[in-house]
Design a protein around this ligand. Structure first.
Ligand code: 45D
Length: 322
């Protein structure tokens, strides 16, 4: 029997709890554009304080420098309009250049705009701004999330901004020329994951902690796939490695425990829970994560889904709750 992505996506589905993140983003999507910007600004003034200032990095900002310099020269009204265009997905030359940035450059670009807003070089939220009821409602929804979920909401909204002329599903090559992410603290080296001994899985975690994506990809079958949180599977070694170079740099992977089940055809399914830190927030934010692996009978990784957990309690929820 050959393995299929479709059936792999369903492994351990009985143990999954719906995440509040898509629902929160759906609420956000209903706001008008000025409310969106105001909401994100308020959410960001809380969360942004925990950003590691070294993370955006001067080198990374160079890629957005042309755009930032152009913005600094603009009138306050034009700056406000530009932010509206980005948040409203309006087709303008600037929205197109923004959309061509990698995820981390988009985040660095907004980080710098936020700094420029604080300094008064870029138009801030108007001083007398009154939150609409809609903004208050969504802000309360965000405040109920755990910090790992909050930064995911912020990240996903930033990633979607701008205007992309054609949907480009393999756009991770954007990051190929970018500088490596500096690690904010050394990655864990010797890993023990309670309940897990499969070499491919332990080596996967070790390879990611060393930013060694070549080693990670060697653990996959040629038709293997990675399914990041709230995304479609990324299939095949070349696509996975480009994706990891763009989005998995500098992560600290701290799996804690798992279960492993042999299937009749000799393949194995594993579910592991633990924490992941992004270099953007370092030790300040630990995201609660589950990995669901499907290994082929030879022990190679055919599929791994990365899920954001709905609650910290779910870290212990490895078996079906019925
Ligand atoms: O004025 O095993 C606003 C994979 C607008 C790989 C702003 C993984 C208003 C395989 C935009 C708000 C990668 C899948 C200003 C594992 C405004 C694997 C500024 C998982 C100024 C485990 C906003 C990795 C700003 C994971 C600057 C789960 C916002 C990684 C900045 C998750 C927000 C990483 C930032 C996350 C958010 C990073 C920096 C969630 C970063 C979030």
């Amino acid at each position: 029997m050959s393995l299929s992505i479709e059936s792999a996506q369903k492994i351990f589905s009985g143990t999954q709890v719906p995440s509040p993140i898509p629902a929160t983003i759906a609420l956000f999507d209903q706001l008008n554009v000025d409310d969106k910007l105001a909401l994100l600004w308020f959410a960001y003034t809380e969360l942004g304080r925990s950003i590691t200032p070294a993370a955006p990095g001067a080198a990374r900002l160079q890629l957005a420098e042309g755009l930032l310099n152009q913005i600094k020269q603009m009138s306050n009204d034009d700056q406000t309009q530009l932010m509206r265009d980005l948040a409203g997905y309006v087709d303008t030359p600037i929205s197109r250049s923004y959309a061509s940035f990698s995820v981390n450059t988009k985040l660095a670009f907004w980080f710098e705009l936020g700094e420029l807003m604080k300094k008064g070089i870029v138009a801030p939220i108007p001083p007398g701004y009154q939150m609409s009821d809609g903004v208050k409602f969504v802000l309360e929804a965000i405040q109920k999330l755990d910090p790992g979920q909050q930064i995911t909401v912020l990240r996903n909204t930033v990633v979607n901004m701008g205007f992309e002329p054609e949907v480009n599903s393999s756009g991770y090559s954007k990051a190929a020329k970018e500088p490596m992410f500096p690690r904010t603290q050394p990655a864990p080296t010797k890993l023990t994951v309670e309940g897990i001994t499969e070499p491919a899985v332990l080596s996967y975690f070790e390879a990611l902690n060393a930013d060694n994506f070549d080693a990670a990809i060697a653990l996959f079958t040629p038709d293997g796939a990675v399914q990041p949180p709230f995304q479609k599977p990324i299939i095949g070694r070349e696509s996975i490695i480009a994706y990891m170079r763009a989005e998995a740099q500098g992560l600290n992977i701290m799996p804690e425990q798992g279960i492993s089940e042999a299937l009749p055809d000799g393949s194995k399914q594993l579910k592991i829970t633990g924490k992941v830190q992004t270099p953007w927030f370092g030790v300040q934010v630990g995201m609660n994560i589950a990995w669901r692996f499907l290994l082929n009978p030879e022990g190679k990784i055919f599929f791994v889904a990365i899920d954001m957990l709905a609650s910290p309690q779910e870290l212990l929820n490895l078996r079906p709750t019925k």
